[in-house]
Design a protein around this ligand. Structure first.
Ligand SMILES: C[S@@+](CC[C@H](N)C(=O)[O-])C[C@H]1O[C@@H](n2cnc3c(N)ncnc32)[C@H](O)[C@@H]1O
Length: 501
């Protein structure tokens, strides 16, 4: 067997060779040869365009390609995704990335959310059961037009901050972040969601080891534990979705124990109550799930529907290894219902009286020529206040999850310390729509701005009654918000976006 790339560490090379040994019998000789050839090539980067901030994703990506010297290629199953070949400016560098105009995501990871049928006009209720860091949550937000309500859950305590930041940067309005074991949702909220994504915790046997995500060797005991957890999580996802609703199960592992074996087990348990759908036409290559596996001379033949899943070997579309299946729930499943937990103390969140809310949205309209009241009405949101902070909170949260403890919900709109100070995420989401309250800075000034420096600039008197202006450059690129003094623009770019040096 030929050896794989030299840049990897000893451990990940041995994990890779071990995985290749195990996977070799799953492929024809010709396909295995193609796979080895593909693994000699570097994995192409890819990005997904934020449809909340780019009205025409294809136009935006062509403009960036021109500006930053990128070779771009559309991803066939994801209409907002592009693979990037050569790149003069690294994809992570442009201001558009920092401001959440696109998300850098492996092309394979764009598959699961693309499998859902989605109609934003029905405001679908969506659960992302294992969501952090949130790449697929942002895709769900886009596909539901930010009109559906997305609960982004992850059980990992140290995974929540990243999830919150990714959603903030995307500019999502209609989301909440929760931290619970996904296994609980089926019992707490049976037959509730229109769509559930389970991008399951897995062994990452995807044949694309990177420095950030090296492959490790997995013992058969660890694999069994993972496979059982995946089955429990998938069962909970199937309980939580409504009859007629859809679940997508995905892993970034090609190990059959985490993929076909999991689907086969839930099919056996659920019988005709669930159906794995074919996804013909979406993926332009033959990428069927396995029909059987043989281990220790014992062959397991899977339920015929398991073959409807998508097994994305890296050589098929030049991606990481990936597995995904679209499941429709035909009828309810048995559930031992349990009450969901309730917040123990008062949230201190107070809804704004309609007169006060109108005063705020009138002021925003006056300052920025932007009608936030209309946006809130279209998206089913209302203004709430906690201490001095103003939030736009989805009505769906109160309707369905009233008492459930949460980590974050809706969008921070402004602070109310000395008057109204619009938040970074509010300006970053809507700044392109402002008709007023915008200050244009020169190319040279943008370099200083990105280093976090204040600027000395002439600012027309009365430019913004809130004192906060959206900052753009001459090409119309948004650089966040600044606080306008008479001749000084205070830099309010979040620290995490400031470049040192
Ligand atoms: C593959 S990652 C999810 C990646 C994410 N969907 C994305 O696209 O950015 C799996 C996640 O599952 C979380 N997790 C592990 N066990 C879980 C459980 N029992 N319930 C919910 N989340 C869990 C992990 O913390 C991890 O963030």
């Amino acid at each position: 067997m030929s050896k794989v790339k030299k840049s990897q560490t000893g451990n990940s090379i041995s994990a890779m060779n071990d995985a290749l040994q195990r996977f070799k019998p799953l492929l024809s000789e010709q396909n295995f040869h193609l796979l080895l050839g593909e693994l000699q090539q570097p994995l192409q980067q890819a990005l997904r365009v934020n449809t909340l901030k780019n009205a025409d994703p294809a136009e935006s990506v062509s403009r960036w390609a021109e500006m930053y010297g990128w070779q771009i290629q559309p991803i066939p199953y994801c209409e907002t995704g592009w693979q990037i070949g050569q790149a003069k400016v690294p994809v992570s560098q442009p201001i558009e990335h920092r401001m959440g105009y696109y998300y850098i995501q492996d092309a394979a990871s764009m598959l699961p959310v693309s499998l859902f049928k989605m109609d934003p006009s029905n405001s679908p209720l969506i659960l992302d059961m294992a969501a952090s860091p949130g790449g697929k949550t942002t895709h769900l937000v886009d596909r539901s037009g930010d009109l559906g309500f997305v609960v982004a859950n992850d059980s990992g305590r140290d995974r929540i901050t990243m999830l919150r930041l990714v959603l903030q940067n995307w500019g999502a309005l209609n989301t909440a972040v929760t931290r619970f074991p996904g296994e609980k949702f089926g019992q707490w909220y049976p037959d509730t969601f229109d769509r559930v994504l389970l991008d399951a915790p897995c062994s990452m046997q995807n044949l694309r080891s990177t420095e950030a995500r090296p492959m490790h060797t997995i013992s058969s005991r660890e694999m069994q534990t993972l496979s059982h957890r995946q089955q429990h999580l998938l069962w909970s996802a199937l309980q939580a979705v409504k009859a007629g609703g859809q679940v997508v199960y995905s892993t970034c592992s090609l190990d059959p124990e985490e993929d076909e074996v999991v689907l086969d087990a839930v099919l056996e348990r659920a019988g005709a109550a669930i159906k794995i759908e074919t996804v013909d036409g979406l993926v332009p290559v033959s990428a069927a799930g396995l029909s059987s596996i043989t281990a220790d001379e014992n062959t397991t033949v899977f339920h015929p529907q398991v073959g409807n899943a998508v097994r994305l070997w890296p050589h098929l579309l030049k991606t990481s290894g990936f597995f995904a299946a679209l499941i429709t729930k035909q009828q309810s499943l048995p559930v031992e219902k349990e009450p969901a937990p309730k917040v123990s103390s008062s949230l201190d969140l107070i809804p704004l009286k309609s007169r006060d809310a109108r005063q705020i949205t009138d002021q925003l309209l006056q300052c920025y020529g932007f009608d936030f009241k209309a946006v809130m009405e279209a998206h089913g949101l209302a203004l709430w206040q906690r201490q001095n902070v103003l939030y736009a909170i989805p009505d769906a949260w109160w309707k369905y999850f009233n008492q459930l403890p949460f980590q974050a919900v809706g969008m921070r709109v402004a602070e109310l310390d000395n008057g109204l100070t619009p938040s970074h995420e509010w300006v970053a989401r809507f700044g392109d729509n402002f008709q007023k309250g915008v200050l244009v800075i020169s190319g040279e000034q943008t370099t200083a701005w990105l280093r976090g420096e204040d600027l000395t600039v002439g600012i027309p008197a009365g430019m913004s009654a809130t004192g906060i202006v959206a900052v753009r450059d001459e090409l119309g690129r948004l650089y966040g918000r600044g606080k306008a003094g008479s001749s000084r623009l205070r830099n309010l770019l979040p620290n995490r976006w400031v470049v040192s040096g």
